[in-house]
Design a protein around this ligand. Structure first.
Ligand code: CDP
Length: 230
């Protein structure tokens, strides 16, 4: 895989709301690399399954072939990848409550991990990629040149998520409720058998709780700048 690369792969893993996707996007833009949001792929698979009408109690019995038939794919753009379901670009639907509340369940199945593996590795075949998710550095790109593990306090992550959803001044109750939802998804992602969320070996731990977005981006870009050319 590495021989064909024209540049490094940078991975960002971490729990929900740790700032992975926005940071990965900004880091990729700064470096002129593409950004791969692997969470969007698991969300697309969940969306496609819901649309296909397969009842949820049958999800655990699905095979890799069943999931491949849903035709989740990506198309490279200048800055990243468009996510498609059966040839149609999907966007806002992926972050709906309907998808968010079910994605961790689907992502815990071996079939879903297998179904998306080739697609993710193909996206990184030529390097110059910043990939974010839960298992980018540990499973999908174990030989990535730079691996980062992003963390932040649970309440700070809940506040950020609420802000993303347009809640400017959340009450303590809002924060507590959102913290509960995030903690439950983290638990699901960390305790699952296949590709659990964990800090990859040799990854740099960055706690973003009190770090400005700009400093967070800069610190990752500088890790890439410090790489010695092959
Ligand atoms: O943005 P947020 O952190 O809320 O989630 P996301 O990155 O969009 O990922 C949604 C879900 O997909 C996660 O909670 C995981 O269950 C799953 N996922 C995964 O299992 N492996 C990945 N590499 C990326 C996401």
């Amino acid at each position: 895989m590495k021989e064909e690369r024209r540049g490094p792969i940078v991975t960002l893993d971490g729990p929900a709301g740790s700032g992975k996707s926005s940071t990965a996007k900004a880091v990729a833009a700064r470096l002129g690399f593409r950004h791969l949001d692997s969470g969007a792929l698991y969300r697309a698979l969940t969306f496609a399954l819901l649309e296909s009408g397969v009842p949820e109690e049958r999800w655990t019995g699905l095979t890799e072939a069943d999931l491949l038939a849903l035709e989740v794919s990506v198309e490279p753009t200048e800055t990243g990848f468009d996510v498609l379901v059966a040839g149609r670009a999907v966007g806002d639907e992926l972050r709906s409550q309907r998808v968010t509340s079910r994605v961790a369940r689907l992502a815990s199945l071996r079939a879903s991990r297998a179904c998306l593996m080739a697609l993710q590795r193909a996206a990184g075949a030529h390097g110059r990629l910043v990939a974010d998710g839960r298992d980018m550095g540990s499973v999908v790109f174990p030989d990535a040149e730079v691996k980062v593990y992003l963390v932040a306090d649970l309440t700070e992550r809940a506040r950020r998520r609420l802000r993303d959803e347009g809640v400017r001044v959340p009450t303590d109750r809002d924060v507590a409720a959102q913290s509960g939802v995030i903690a439950e998804r983290d638990r699901h992602d960390s305790e699952r058998e296949f590709s659990p969320l964990r800090k990859p070996e040799a990854s740099h731990l960055i706690d973003t709780t009190r770090l400005s977005f700009e400093n967070q981006v800069k610190s990752i870009v500088s890790l890439v700048d410090r790489l010695t050319p092959p």
